[in-house]
Ligand binder design. Structure first.
Ligand SMILES: NC(=O)C1=CN([C@@H]2O[C@H](COP(=O)(O)OP(=O)(O)OC[C@H]3O[C@@H](n4cnc5c(N)ncnc54)[C@H](OP(=O)(O)O)[C@@H]3O)[C@@H](O)[C@H]2O)[C@@H](O)CC1
Ligand SMILES: [K+]
Length: 501
């Protein structure tokens, strides 16, 4: 699914109006109709709707929703936020239509004294501002947003939580805290970044029938990964394949007290289908690794507790994943520099591998092209400097991916993948049960495995992130988000591949 900018969405609306063709007010009727259909399917205990409208087209949507709910027999009150403007054309048409209903309960909010009493069981429809927001809310609008947020009632936002910018940070601004966001036609950037989690609640994308022809006219720049895209990347195993057909992965990691990380990466690498998996670990981890991952081969460092020196012949491995649990000892940093100089295929670097890299930033430009880095936001900032918000991080990830020819996976609820070429992607799988130590190690193993199997680096990152999250979703269904562990995610890769085949 494409992720469009505010400008593109506006153009898509106009394209639809022109090419379907459909009158703008009829498109609004259709959009609001989809919202009402969704609302009717939910068992709202209070069944009392309070619709808050601005005077743009988002407010127009609110007026249509109010009319349709009234006509369906629900109890509805409408509150229009006054800010000295006439309102958009479609807003005015729909205000007139609402007026024509004999039982419309319509109010205008001109000051905070006219804020209505809101009860706990009420359902608030937030149609104050949508994609036309052009500055942070202030004055009466900001007060109303605060008042509704404090009410404790359920909030359903239409298109976007009011006050939320589509393409830039809204941190510190007055923004509606929605329980559900019914957004039109496609995901927007603001609905995918972690920092907006308090505002957006459950996101439902409603197909309002915008003209598909428009999508053929634009260059894809941001996508939300979905199963259809993943199926195009995934290559089922051939019947006559042998273990040599699926590459030989090397996982480098571990230190005293942190062997679990490299065990998880190793197991994930094997579960994700690598033909052969070898690990390189400190001597203290030998028994741990051989007993917990007997299918893997094990090379050990001469040093007991941390990594120092690799064998020379690392070029023979099809892919290398480095970092899980390996610490940042000076000798371990030296080992990473050896890998960067000696290995010429793309690497997968995570965790302490990234921390070693951020202590030696000049190595970033020496990484083998198309290496895959998988930082979480803190690791990302250590690598590329402090960022005030997620939007800046995403922008920087795009820039650095191009500048250094890297595939950057910015890990988050919707992980973001930037590559030197082609559209960037957000992931759509995964859940809060994966926010646990060890999840990243599993991802490292999966991505290294796919790289070893011959997937191009960007495909390995996209497929890896998606199936990792998907496996996490299977694990959550089986064990709950609370109790699930990264080990369960590894095992649930089996469920993913059974569905994919
Ligand atoms: N056919 C279509 O196009 C369809 C569009 N659809 C719907 O339209 C929505 C977009 O509508 P929109 O463009 O009218 O913008 P909207 O979000 O209502 O706000 C604009 C109003 O707010 C004002 N305003 C802005 N910022 C402000 C601030 N900080 N503080 C105070 N005021 C502020 C601004 O005033 P201005 O500053 O421009 O004078 C203007 O009056 C979209 O989200 C979707 O819901 C659907 O029906 C599907 C079909
Ligand atoms: K809204």
């Amino acid at each position: 699914m494409q992720i469009l900018s505010a400008e593109q969405i506006r153009t898509w609306d106009q394209f639809t109006i022109q090419h379907e063709p459909v009158a703008s007010v009829d498109l609004m009727e259709r959009a609001a109709g989809k919202c009402v259909r969704w609302l009717k399917e939910k068992p709202w205990p209070g069944k009392k709707f309070r619709v808050f409208c601005g005077k743009g087209n988002n407010g127009g949507d609110g007026l249509v929703i109010a009319r349709l709910l009234l006509q369906a027999g629900y109890s509805v009150s409408v509150f229009i936020l006054e800010f000295g403007k006439l309102g958009s054309e479609d807003f005015q048409i729909n205000l007139q239509r609402l007026h024509e209903l004999p039982f419309a309960d319509l109010h205008f909010i001109q000051s905070s004294e006219t804020f209505p009493v809101v009860e706990q069981g009420d359902v608030l429809i937030d149609a104050l501002f949508g994609s036309g927001l052009n500055k942070p809310l202030e004055g009466l609008s900001a007060q109303l947003v605060q008042y509704l947020n404090d009410s404790g009632a359920t909030v359903v936002s239409i298109d976007l939580p009011s006050g939320l910018f589509i393409e830039k940070s809204s941190l510190g601004n007055a923004v509606i805290k929605a329980n559900h966001t019914l957004t039109f036609q496609c995901y927007k950037l603001c609905l995918l970044v972690q920092e907006n989690a308090p505002f957006i609640g459950e996101v439902v994308v409603l197909d309002i029938g915008l003209h598909p022809g428009y999508l053929q006219e634009i260059v894809e720049s941001q996508l939300l990964l979905d199963e259809k895209m993943i199926r195009k990347i995934f290559r089922p195993r051939q019947r006559f394949a042998h273990k040599g057909s699926f590459g030989h992965a090397l996982i480098i990691g571990g230190s005293y007290g942190k062997m679990g990380a490299v065990v998880l990466s190793t197991k994930a690498c094997m579960y994700a289908g690598a033909g052969l998996t070898t690990t390189f670990i400190p001597n203290c981890g030998y028994v741990v690794m051989q007993t917990s991952a007997p299918e893997a081969m094990c090379l050990v460092d001469e040093e007991e507790k941390h990594l120092t020196n690799l064998p020379d012949d690392i070029e023979k491995f099809s892919a290398i994943g480095i970092g899980p649990g390996m610490g940042i000892h000076a000798q371990t940093q030296h080992l990473l520099s050896f890998v960067i100089r000696r290995y010429h295929k793309p690497l997968v670097i995570d965790a302490d591998g990234l921390n070693c890299l951020s202590l030696n930033k000049d190595w970033i430009s020496q990484l083998p092209p198309y290496s895959i880095l998988t930082p979480h936001p803190k690791e990302f900032d250590r690598l590329f400097g402090e960022h005030a918000n997620d939007f800046e991080r995403i922008q920087k990830a795009r820039q650095k991916a191009k500048e250094h020819k890297l595939v950057l996976v910015l890990k988050s609820h919707h992980s973001f993948i930037a590559a030197p070429e082609g559209p960037c992607c957000f992931n759509s799988t995964g859940n809060a049960g994966m926010a646990k130590g060890g999840s990243g190690d599993v991802l490292t193993g999966v991505v290294t495995s796919l790289l070893a199997q011959g997937y191009p680096p960007k495909d390995a990152a996209m497929l890896g992130v998606y199936i990792h999250g998907w496996a996490g979703d299977f694990a959550a269904r089986k064990f709950s988000m609370e109790a699930m562990l990264p080990s369960h995610t590894i095992e649930a890769l089996a469920d993913v591949f059974l569905v994919l085949q």
